[in-house]
Design a binder for this molecule. Structure first.
Ligand SMILES: Cc1cc2nc3c(=O)[nH]c(=O)nc-3n(C[C@H](O)[C@H](O)[C@H](O)COP(=O)(O)OP(=O)(O)OC[C@H]3O[C@@H](n4cnc5c(N)ncnc54)[C@H](O)[C@@H]3O)c2cc1C
Length: 393
């Protein structure tokens, strides 16, 4: 099959790699001038990590991964531990691969190199798609220069502001969450004393997640979420200032403020958007994947992981598809993925309320329940145990 993937981010590149295992002719259409990824870190949980291994990325992926020893929830005001979960041997034997924290650019780099090594994938950069016209036996891609090209299948993996999405009926606008994320990095040399944890500091209306990323654990990645009244653009690259960041976390623990004091500028900030789960992902021979169909708040750390799962399920559905049954193969993919991704989208939204509780009885109850609940990460088993390689399609 002649397949076009619009967008070469984590979702689009993983789809290209997964689809290239079969005799398809794949073209990735990417707006940027080259493979690039802005933003700092991303957590890859075992449900997606296992898939990266299955796609043959094991060694390169392990090399760029930092595997945290614990997941720790702390109180904003005094840094006291509410709950600490060891990611020990039993976690590994249950999930086969560890939780991994990676630098986004390094993940995209290894995906890009693997894709470049496939003879049945062509990467086209500086290629701006403006529209797709879905048909039953082929779909037409329209480019910004007015030209067009026909493909047997078109996959919209073009992110939260997808141009493919409205072409299959998704005309809703992204929903501003009322929160902004400040992203800051601290060089490893300034935090050698810190344990290799994923830490979530929870406070009123805000929370901060930190973890090490990069080859040789080069940096501590801080994602500081705080309220924002309104936002005009959704951008990965807008710069924030240290003064602004500090003013949003006044009164937080000395340990946390000391961490902010070690941040290496620039600081980036971006608005957080999501959308309601989408009912119809595709028409005819066009479908969607990743943030283009199910953008979610990052409070389950699952956006990229869900895009990776999509890619693998899609490749399974299309493994022996031909022109006559391509559309029905895409509908099987959508049926297999819709419930799962909607559940993760909804849970991500619910985590905002859980993380951002104002101090008071409800927050005390939350902390007490978290502190006495059974050890381990079993509350996330439904996320981590999903197997895109075997789920019914
Ligand atoms: C603060 C924050 C923290 C996060 N943390 C995590 C985490 O820990 N774990 C996790 O799994 N996820 C996390 N996510 C979510 C994750 O970043 C996204 O879900 C993921 O990047 C989506 O990948 P994608 O390939 O679907 O879309 P994108 O990464 O948005 O890629 C889309 C690609 O399409 C290209 N494109 C766009 N429009 C066009 C066009 N018209 N023509 C051609 N090309 C086009 C773009 O240039 C881009 O390369 C986080 C998100 C945020 C904001």
């Amino acid at each position: 099959m002649k397949i076009a993937i619009v967008g070469g981010g984590i979702g689009g590149l993983t789809a290209a790699l997964a689809l290239s295992q079969n005799a398809h002719d794949i073209t990735v259409l990417e707006r940027s001038a080259g493979i690039r990824e802005i933003g700092a870190g991303v957590q890859i949980s075992p449900n997606a990590g296992r898939l990266l291994h299955s796609l043959g990325l094991g060694a390169a992926y392990s090399e760029i991964s930092v595997n945290p020893h614990r997941v720790v929830l702390r109180r904003w005001e005094d840094d006291s531990i509410i709950r600490a979960t060891d990611l020990d041997e039993s976690f590994l034997s249950q999930h086969q691969v560890p939780l991994a924290n990676v630098a986004r650019n390094e993940l995209v780099e290894i995906l890009g190199s693997a894709v470049a090594a496939r003879t049945n994938v062509t990467m086209k950069f500086s290629t701006h798609v403006v529209k797709v016209e879905p048909g039953d036996s082929s779909s037409e891609v329209i480019f910004a220069d007015g030209s067009s090209q026909s493909f047997g299948i078109v996959i919209g993996a073009d992110g939260i502001h997808s141009v493919v999405r409205p072409c299959v009926g998704g005309i809703d606008k992204p929903r501003f969450s009322g929160s902004a994320a400040y992203r800051a990095l601290v060089p490893r040399s300034a935090v050698e004393d810190l344990p290799i944890d994923v830490t979530n500091r929870m406070g009123p209306d805000r929370h901060v997640v930190s973890y090490f990323i990069g080859r040789n654990r080069s940096h501590l990645n801080l994602v500081c979420i705080s309220p924002e009244d309104s936002w005009e653009t959704e951008s990965w690259t807008e710069q924030g200032t240290m003064e602004d960041l500090l003013s949003r976390f006044e009164g937080w623990s000395p340990e946390f403020l000391s961490l902010l004091g070690r941040v290496e500028e620039p600081i980036f900030r971006w608005a957080l958007y999501d959308r309601e789960p989408l009912e119809q992902w595709g028409i005819g021979t066009t479908t969607l994947l990743g943030d283009a169909c199910h953008p979610m708040l990052p409070f389950m750390a699952q956006g990229s992981c869900q895009a990776i799962e999509d890619a693998v399920v899609l490749a399974r559905c299309l493994s022996d598809a031909n022109t006559s049954d391509a559309a029905s193969a895409l509908r099987r993919y959508e049926d297999a993925r819709q419930g799962r991704t909607a559940q993760v989208q909804t849970s991500s939204l619910m985590n905002r309320d859980l993380f951002h509780m104002l101090d008071g009885q409800e927050q005390k109850d939350r902390d007490m329940i978290l502190s006495i609940s059974p050890p381990g990460m079993s509350i996330l088993d439904w996320v981590y145990e999903y197997d895109a390689l075997t789920v019914a399609v």
